[in-house]
Ligand binder design. Structure first.
Ligand code: NAP
Length: 298
């Protein structure tokens, strides 16, 4: 793609940003969609965040993805927030509408779209169990509750963050929600009535890919869809055990692609080229980490 006076600029604010797959994924998407956009990584330190955000409007940047550690810190600088971003309390996508910066969160929606696309799994009326209660869990739990999940159980090592997610769900949605401490939770009862288990801690992520999270895998049953938000490796130890137990499984790759696809559409108004986005992310992971990828995703 030739850079010209008409080229529209998008990008990513984070610290660090060098490892991010988003520039490759979005630039490939713009190329196949024939759109004159370019997506750049911007390494923004905490103390430069305010001026970086002022730069979006000053320079006419169309939109920005936001990653660690700025997803919460950007909120006070934005003029509008979607309901989902407000309830999640974090923004991963900024859209500039003239002089107005609008904050969105596409992480949870991306996860739900990936579930639908990869596994034909619809969240409506389902019972969900999340293990972990960090930023990713918060986005998935709140989006699931807003989209009609029947019950969300959150199992976490410590109670405070999980309790905050549950409070938000109870206050703003019709979904039932409960917190459990990892050390004392009644796994058997919880997993028996669950349709979906989502592992959201970093246990099992590269370079500790041999680690298994504290989930009693002997209780997994074929009626349970098991997801790991980790995408490197694509086959985590947890997903291998889940497959052995006869469960349908999904890695974090789909969430990564579909949160990007949602942002792509918010910025361009067009449908995202999903297959190309998958291809680019997989190829970058293979090049950078020698990753092996399940045949159905290749
Ligand atoms: P985070 O905010 O740091 O939260 C991590 C959570 O894991 C916390 O609830 C923490 O418990 C728990 N945890 C960490 N180490 C643990 C251990 N040894 N034992 C038990 N619990 C432990 O992280 P995050 O941003 O939510 O990310 C979590 C994972 O999701 C990472 O693997 C990340 O790569 C992945 N992710 C994937 C996508 C995607 O697009 N696929 C997007 C975002 C994140 P405490 O609350 O007790 O500290």
């Amino acid at each position: 793609m030739d850079i010209s006076v008409k080229t529209k600029i998008l990008g990513l604010f984070g610290d660090p940003v060098a490892h991010s797959l988003s520039p490759a994924m979005h630039n490939a998407a713009f190329r196949v969609a024939g759109l004159n956009y370019v997506y750049l990584p911007f390494h923004v330190k905490r103390e430069q965040l305010a001026s970086a955000i002022a730069g979006i409007t000053a320079l006419g940047i169309e939109g920005i993805n936001v990653t660690i550690p700025h997803k919460e810190a950007v909120i006070p600088y934005l003029q509008q927030l979607t309901v989902e971003a407000r309830l999640i309390g974090a923004v991963n996508t900024i859209v500039r509408q003239g002089q107005t910066l609008v904050g969105h969160n596409t992480d949870g929606k991306g996860f739900l779209r990936a579930l639908q696309a990869e596994a034909h799994f619809n969240i409506k009326n389902k019972n969900i169990v999340l293990v972990g209660a960090g930023g990713a869990a918060r986005a998935v739990a709140i989006s699931a509750a807003m989209n009609g999940a029947n019950r969300v159980n959150i199992i976490n090592r410590s109670k405070e963050k999980a309790q905050k997610i549950v409070d938000t769900i109870r206050q703003h949605t019709a979904c039932r929600a409960q917190v459990w401490e990892l050390a004392t939770c009644p796994w058997q009862d919880i997993l028996q009535e669950a349709h979906l288990l989502v592992h959201t801690t970093p246990i099992g992520m590269y370079p500790q890919e041999q680690s298994l999270p504290p989930i009693p895998v002997e209780l997994l049953h074929p009626g349970l869809m098991v997801c790991d938000l980790i995408y490197n490796p694509v086959h985590t130890q947890l997903l291998k055990k889940a497959k052995e137990a006869g469960c349908p499984t999904m890695s974090g790759l789909g969430m990564l692609v579909f949160q990007g696809a949602e942002a792509f559409t918010l910025w361009t108004g067009q449908k995202a080229p999903i297959a190309e986005m998958y291809r680019t992310v997989i190829s970058a992971l293979q090049t950078n980490y020698g990753l092996t990828v399940p045949a159905r995703l290749r």
